[in-house]
Design a protein around this ligand. Structure first.
Ligand code: HEC
Length: 171
């Protein structure tokens, strides 16, 4: 009889303790544990960037509205814009597309599956400014990287204005 009573108290104690622990384990009583930076959503070097949250708009405003086609070029192709475009092209595009946009950049020989487009050809030049802008913004899937993170909206239009001069340069 004494043994039973002792057992009863042991089980009661264990049960109570477990019950109290459960309150915390199942967040009935929520404890704000210190959180660690390394367990937040993040991406590591060479990982694809996290997708943009749904229904969010970049700080610069939406560059193009889906379903409304390519945007209009708001930046006049004046000397300043073309000069800036040339500089930005040299930094962001030349290694693939070549100094004159002919598709013969330094790393072009190493791109095995798809060669960079020759930007002087009608197949590119006949596209609208907006279409070129979207190519820079979104890249070409599995072929050319999206450069929207490297170039601001204004800078992308400058590059587009510069691409237009490549056409005139070829006979
Ligand atoms: C990593 C190499 C690489 C870089 C950097 C790059 N491109 Fe490209 N680009 C490519 C490749 C490869 C293609 C060919 C895609 C295809 O075969 O359709 C291409 C195609 C294009 C086209 C033609 C797209 C079409 O639909 O015909 C344009 C315009 C273009 N690039 C512009 C640019 C501009 C402007 C930049 C810099 C802001 C740039 N590219 C940077 C590799 C690159």
């Amino acid at each position: 009889m004494r043994l039973l009573r002792q057992l009863f108290f042991v089980f009661l104690a264990v049960g109570l303790l477990g019950g109290i622990l459960m309150l915390f384990a199942y967040d009935v009583i929520k404890v704000e544990w210190p959180s660690f930076m390394e367990i937040q959503p993040s991406f590591r070097p060479m990982e694809k960037p996290l997708p943009v949250p749904e229904r969010s708009i970049p700080v610069e405003g939406a560059v193009a509205i889906a379903g409304l086609g390519a945007p209009e070029n708001p930046v006049p192709a004046d000397e300043t814009s073309v000069a800036r475009g040339a500089q930005l092209f040299a930094i962001h595009c030349q290694m693939c597309h070549g100094p004159a946009g002919e598709g013969n950049g330094q790393i072009a020989p190493f791109l095995v599956n798809f060669k960079p487009a020759n930007l002087t050809l009608p197949i590119v030049q006949d596209k609208s400014d907006g279409a070129l802008f979207l190519t820079i913004t979104n890249g070409v899937k599995d072929r050319m990287p999206a450069l929207n993170e490297n170039l601001t909206v204004r800078e992308r239009w400058d590059v587009v204005n510069f691409i237009r001069t490549l056409k005139a340069a070829t006979p």
